[in-house]
Design a protein around this ligand. Sequence first.
Ligand SMILES: CC(C)(COP(=O)(O)OP(=O)(O)OC[C@H]1O[C@@H](n2cnc3c(N)ncnc32)[C@H](O)[C@@H]1OP(=O)(O)O)[C@@H](O)C(=O)NCCC(=O)NCCS
Length: 142
Amino acid sequence: MATPGIAIRAFVIGDYDAACALWNAAEGIEICEGDSRSELGAYLERNPGLSCVAEENGALVGAALCGHDGRRGLIYHLGVATSARGRGVGRMLLQHCLNGWRAAGIKRAFILVATDNSSGREFWIRNGWESLSEAIPMARDI
Ligand SMILES: CC(C)(COP(=O)(O)OP(=O)(O)OC[C@H]1O[C@@H](n2cnc3c(N)ncnc32)[C@H](O)[C@@H]1OP(=O)(O)O)[C@@H](O)C(=O)NCCC(=O)NCCS
């Protein structure tokens, strides 16, 4: 359900500075390797229209990076400004991602939630996501 005054639109590279400021201020989100302006621009081009921002009165109050690899979807850095929380903005961003995946034929998606981000975890559970007890996340630098 849409929240009055909030507009969701595709993330464009011109949103980069405002989105980084929002993410830096949000607990539970870590700007890391792969998040430079050029890398993020390449990510947006590879996943057209999937990443999104929320605006209120012309100001950016939410942002999410969203993509897929042709089989599974992924969301990174879904964050809402503290001033706009609790009004359904996070869910609207998530809905944009879900709509994009469905249009692309993607049937399942993953997110990584920091172990100390219990509040973020509750948001995902409330929106139908499940913890994976049968798998552990692993990674390496390339
Ligand atoms: C998590 C976050 C994105 C939620 O954004 P939001 O706009 O406040 O969330 P919404 O208002 O859309 O909430 C959607 C639903 O989730 C629930 N929810 C949201 N945050 C919650 C929390 N901390 N605990 C329990 N439920 C929560 C809401 O109650 C609502 O459920 P309901 O309408 O069915 O009752 C926001 O708090 C945030 O940016 N946190 C910091 C960054 C972060 O942790 N991001 C996730 C990284 S993995």
